[in-house]
Design a protein around this ligand. Structure first.
Ligand code: 5GP
Ligand code: MG
Length: 194
């Protein structure tokens, strides 16, 4: 674990990006590492879904950048939907309560559904969504998450396609926010005072 964290030091955005809030983010996974990982995930998904016309369901807002990069590497017909859930509110601790802020406008019944997540942390959000979708009788239901923070899990979640395992740190960038900030960072970063 420490080797991952060590890489953060000295490689911040301090000199390049003006951020109005402290602390400064440091890189955990570079954009090149992200690209390599997204390619690997796309290759794995491409083994399983051609001909199935899957419905990819992204969880807003955190998954939007990952979704955009991932689907451009998928060379077969598919559909994209987004669902807006809230669990964290504006804080950093999961409230444990998940709410559907905006639901799906597409029928799930009989579809091959692939959920696209940014991070599985306590697992509460993902477990809730998988349950919500399963009740709608999809032909199949799988989960692809860019990152997994297993140290914080409260409920078990089966991950079918996994990008990175991350340490018990709050990460931002590549779509992930801290109070709506930092989504635009092209790398996955930790916040230095964490
Ligand atoms: P869970 O319900 O698994 O605890 O958390 C799910 C949601 O919490 C994620 O989709 C994400 O929005 C947020 N979250 C959990 N951990 C982190 C983190 O390290 N960084 C950011 N930016 N969001 C997180
Ligand atoms: Mg969030």
């Amino acid at each position: 674990m420490s080797t991952v964290i060590d890489r953060v030091s000295g490689r911040g955005y301090n000199h390049r990006v003006e951020m109005k809030s402290e602390p400064k983010p440091g890189i955990l996974f570079t954009r090149q590492e992200i690209e390599t990982t997204v390619r690997r995930l796309a290759a794995e998904i491409s083994q399983d879904y051609p001909g199935k016309h899957p419905l990819l369901v992204g969880i807003l807002k955190g998954s939007f950048m990952f979704m955009a990069d991932l689907i451009r590497l998928l060379d077969f017909p598919l559909e994209v939907e987004f669902i807006n859930l809230s669990s964290y509110g504006r804080g950093r601790e999961s409230s444990g309560r998940v709410k559907v802020v905006q639901g799906l406008r597409t029928q799930v019944k009989g579809r091959h559904v692939l959920v696209i997540e940014d991070i599985v942390d306590t697992g509460l959000t993902t477990a809730f969504l998988l349950d919500y979708l399963r009740k709608r009788k999809p032909a199949s239901l799988r989960l692809c998450t860019l990152t997994d923070k297993p140290s914080r899990r409260q409920v078990p979640v089966a991950i079918d396609y996994l990008g990175f395992t991350v340490p018990d740190k709050f990460i931002v960038g590549y779509g992930l926010d801290r109070d709506e900030e930092f989504r635009n960072l092209p790398d996955i970063c930790t916040l230095k005072d964490e």
